[in-house]
Design a protein around this ligand. Structure first.
Ligand SMILES: [Zn+2]
Length: 479
């Protein structure tokens, strides 16, 4: 575990040794989400502070915006859109923002640019796993999936590799498809080997052609859960993913009702360990399989954060109430050193003195005010806005403000109303920090566990990532 399971000192050493992030060829980018003329940012400040989940969310935004009129990041030299691949996570390459880099998006007619690397950089984002495209059981799994659908009388026209053609003549070939209530349902297996651009392309195609598309995986695929697009995919679907296994096949055929296993990412608190993730596994029917993707995602994030909140309450209820009280009242963190220590010792967080020196109390006061503001009825917000603005002014003026600016951005993404409440002064100061050439330290990652137990609404953004161990799924070798 390399996330929060370390104190600030060793973590710092670890970060500075990270050669992959300093070897990026594009070191500055134009961030078009910032006000015109104030958009130049260092790659370091954009990427290095990101959590695994934060990177997945940003990659999703970059991929879906790069072929639009408003790509999120463009090259400082040629103005062409940039893509955001990442190196495969390994013992030496973290799965978070430090393992990512910018490169020019592939566009055929693009102008020459001195920052465009000529095949020198290994674009892992698009690498196919050669020779594993059709795993030994891939075809057998398609047959099994089709058999499950055929055993359910609600489905008709169950087909393997049937071409779906759009009006303009373009087509895709889903592994399996079927019709339910007049609507075509399409299935693709083995998504671990697909780049995120292909995943998005298929999602877009099927949506445009009135198909409900379902991605699913199998036991063999799950060993690749930490890889690139697969990681992005389940983190951008609220940590939920469908799988086919012996149990779902038996249930579908035995009950004549199509079912799949649904894996849900959940946080786990265990004494002396950083908060980590596990898979929860449940058989689900078509109510979940055919759920609207946005709703399924929102529910998944909600379930993750509720589980985190419940577990944190069980383990540290009284201490959390004290810490939240200090945050609500904007008090000094030293008043609750004992409570902070009891939690941080248990989840491998920072010592209270270190937390104080990073101005965690100003951070907590801002987070508490943001939560309060977002929960308030819109007509009452004007009254409490000044408190939120004052606390943000304090945080953005703090000595450690540069290193907390990525957190402020995450809060704005979570609660757009909080961003709308920025004073012109707040906005200008935040922009100055985001465009600073100075190195941003990942205070956010160091404190992801502590901030998530105190403010569970940040939990998915800060903590969600692929578990170290695959779930217990069985799929028979012979089928
Ligand atoms: Zn360029």
């Amino acid at each position: 575990m390399t996330n929060t399971n370390i104190n600030a000192t060793t973590n710092n050493t670890h970060i500075h040794n990270a050669g992959y992030s300093s070897s990026r060829s594009i070191t500055q980018v134009i961030d078009t989400s910032l006000p015109a003329g104030k958009q130049l940012r260092t790659t370091q400040s954009v990427l290095d502070p990101l959590t695994v989940s934060g990177l997945a969310i940003l990659r999703d935004e970059v991929t879906s915006s790069k072929e639009t009129a408003a790509p999120r990041f463009v090259c400082i030299e040629c103005g062409e859109p940039l893509s955001l691949p990442k190196h495969p996570a390994s013992a030496t390459v973290p799965a978070d923002g430090r393992g990512a880099y910018f490169k020019h998006a592939f566009i055929e007619s693009a102008p020459a640019c001195s920052l465009r690397t000529k095949g020198g950089v290994h674009d892992v984002g698009a690498v196919q796993f050669a020779g594993q495209q059709e795993g030994i059981n891939h075809h057998a799994l398609k047959l099994a999936l089709a058999a499950c659908l055929r055993s359910d009388p609600r489905f008709s026209d169950v087909q393997i590799e049937k071409r779906i053609t759009a009006e303009d003549g373009t087509y895709r070939v889903p592994d399996v498809s079927a019709v339910l209530d007049g609507k075509r349902i399409t299935f693709d297996l083995q998504l671990a080997t697909l780049p995120i651009s292909t995943i998005q392309d298929r999602n877009d195609f099927y949506r445009a052609n009135a198909c409900h598309h379902v991605w699913l995986t199998d036991a063999a695929d799950l060993s690749r859960l930490s890889r690139q697009a697969f990681c992005d995919l389940h983190l951008t679907t609220g940590g939920r993913i469908f799988a086919i296994d012996d149990a779902s096949i038996a249930a579908s055929k035995g009950q004549y009702q199509f079912q799949l296993q649904e894996l849900q990412l959940l946080p786990r608190l265990a004494s002396q360990l950083a908060i980590h993730n596990t898979w929860d596994k449940n058989l689900v029917g078509i109510d979940v399989i055919l759920m609207d993707p946005q709703r399924r995602k929102a529910e998944g994030v909600q379930r993750y954060q509720q589980a985190l909140s419940n577990k944190a309450e069980d383990a540290f209820g009284p201490e959390l109430r004290m810490l939240r009280d200090v945050a609500t009242k904007n008090l000094d963190l030293r008043l609750v050193s004992a409570e902070w220590r009891r939690i941080s010792n248990s989840i491998s967080g920072m010592e209270p003195a270190s937390a104080k020196s990073l101005q965690l109390d100003a951070v907590m006061a801002f987070l508490s005010a943001s939560e309060h503001y977002s929960k308030a009825r819109p007509e009452n917000r004007a009254m409490i806005a000044p408190k939120l603005q004052r606390r943000l002014t304090t945080l953005l003026g703090a000595q450690s403000a540069l290193h907390w600016s990525p957190l402020v951005v995450q809060v704005h993404q979570t609660f757009p109303c909080v961003q709308q409440a920025l004073t012109p002064g707040n906005a200008a100061r935040l922009n100055t920090l985001l465009t600073s050439p100075d190195k941003v330290k990942p205070y956010l990652r160091y404190n992801a566990g502590m901030l998530s137990v105190i403010f569970p609404w940040l939990g998915f953004r800060l903590l969600a990532k692929p578990p170290k161990f695959a779930p217990n799924l069985r799929i028979s070798a012979r089928r």
